[in-house]
Design a protein around this ligand. Structure first.
Ligand code: RB5
Length: 145
């Protein structure tokens, strides 16, 4: 598997942990930064990651900012991206099972009830259910046209 990962200055430490966790799972990571706390604009980082993903060769993407909100909103503006911002392990599982999210977002300044590594694992280990969920995902994508 191959992932593209990007963040803003609000999630440097968390993103480093995420990259390490993905690599520990044997996932190849294309890390686009930023690795220091010099301020950058999260829409720019979302665009970088999503455009890379859409160019092909990636299985999923991870984007992080202080809350995960700005970067997930930005990612979801880009056609072809379904970026989930899960609150916990259950939501991370549903992000794949029901929404077939191709991106997942986290907030470096958020206190999650469970470790982000467990939320990531839940997302990665889940399978899209298809069926009625495919119909709903198709309807999400139709909203882009
Ligand atoms: C940057 O200060 C902060 O606004 C950003 O990381 C994010 O939390 C926005 O949603």
């Amino acid at each position: 598997m191959k992932a593209v990962v990007a963040n803003d200055h609000g999630a440097v430490a968390l993103t480093k942990e995420i990259v390490g966790h993905l690599q520990d799972r044997g996932i190849e990571v294309d890390y686009l930064g930023i690795a220091n706390e010099e301020p950058v604009d999260y829409p720019d980082m979302a665009r970088l990651a999503c455009e890379k993903y859409l160019a092909g060769g990636y299985d999923f993407g991870v984007v992080c900012c202080g809350t995960g909100i700005g970067i997930s909103i930005s990612a979801n503006k880009i056609h072809g991206i379904r970026c989930a911002l899960p609150q916990n392990v259950f939501a991370a599982t549903m992000a794949k099972e029901h929404n077939n999210a191709n991106f997942i977002a986290f907030g470096g300044r958020i206190e999650y009830p469970q470790p982000v590594s467990e939320m990531l694992d839940a997302y990665l280990d889940a399978q899209f259910c298809g069926g009625r969920h495919q119909r709903r995902v198709d309807k999400i994508m139709e909203l882009e046209s």
